[in-house]
Design a protein around this ligand. Structure first.
Ligand code: BEZ
Length: 237
């Protein structure tokens, strides 16, 4: 892909290995993604410290950190601000900001300083049509083998929906664990999608009701997986 100056820029795509980097963070240096091998990780960027939408997002994400940890998922934030700005902002959040019943919120996950924009550029977080000096709100879901599995981008003005990020994580893990796909708006306990029949015989068997699934047509079959079966498999894994 070319930017407006005609320079080729690259960014990871779904299925790619997450680009490696080392970085200074509010929790010390990290070697990414090597330090996170064996865990899911959500690497996300925000435009700037000391801004209101980002503050509401950090408070929300920090309040959900234990919930993500229970699903074996770690959080890593990034902006193109410096370390001391990050530290001051996180201290201010804890000491002064109250938002939607959240207060005294401590952000314990690492926040990367990226003044040179090296990491943001590697991950396509700088999108010049939106802003040349700030990262957009990018979200990368990276699996325990360091592979990018989902990418979501939001512009500067739009705060993310963190329930959706959690839902997406659980859906990704459920698809991996059970070899299924998840339909629109799926949540644990809802029916899942069985992959389409791969032969005329399998299509016939499905339509003849020989398989343990419900078929609208040969290509659209669903099955039940109980919520507790899903959660037992995908949490702490
Ligand atoms: C915010 O987080 O409030 C924000 C950041 C950059 C541009 C616009 C809003």
């Amino acid at each position: 892909m070319e930017n407006r100056e005609g320079t080729t820029v690259s960014m990871p795509r779904i299925g790619d290995k997450a680009p490696a980097f080392t970085a200074v963070t509010t929790q010390g240096e990290i070697n990414f993604p090597a330090d996170y091998e064996g865990s899911w990780v959500i690497l996300f960027s925000h435009p700037a410290d000391f801004t209101p939408v980002c503050t509401s997002e950090f408070m929300t994400f920090a309040s959900m950190e234990d919930k993500f940890a229970e699903a074996n998922c770690k959080l890593v934030g990034l902006s193109v601000d410096g370390l001391y700005s990050h530290i001051a902002w996180l201290r201010t959040i804890k000491e002064k900001i109250e938002y939607r019943g959240m207060k005294n919120v401590e952000v314990n996950f690492p926040l990367i300083e990226d003044i040179t924009m090296e990491v943001a550029t590697k991950y396509g977080m700088i999108q010049p049509g939106e802003a040349t000096t700030k990262a957009v709100r990018a979200v990368f879901f990276i699996d325990p083998k360091g592979v990018v599995r989902t990418i979501i981008y939001y512009p500067l003005s739009l705060g993310r929906n963190f329930d959706e990020l959690y839902r997406a994580l659980i859906a990704l893990k459920t698809a991996d664990e059970f070899g299924i796909a998840t339909p629109a708006d799926w949540r644990p306990g809802d029916d899942v999608i069985v992959s389409p029949a791969g032969s005329c015989g399998a299509a016939k068997d499905r339509m003849d009701g020989k398989e343990d699934m419900q078929c609208q047509d040969w290509f659209f079959c669903t099955k039940k997986i109980d919520k507790d079966v899903v959660l037992k498999k995908v949490l702490k894994k």
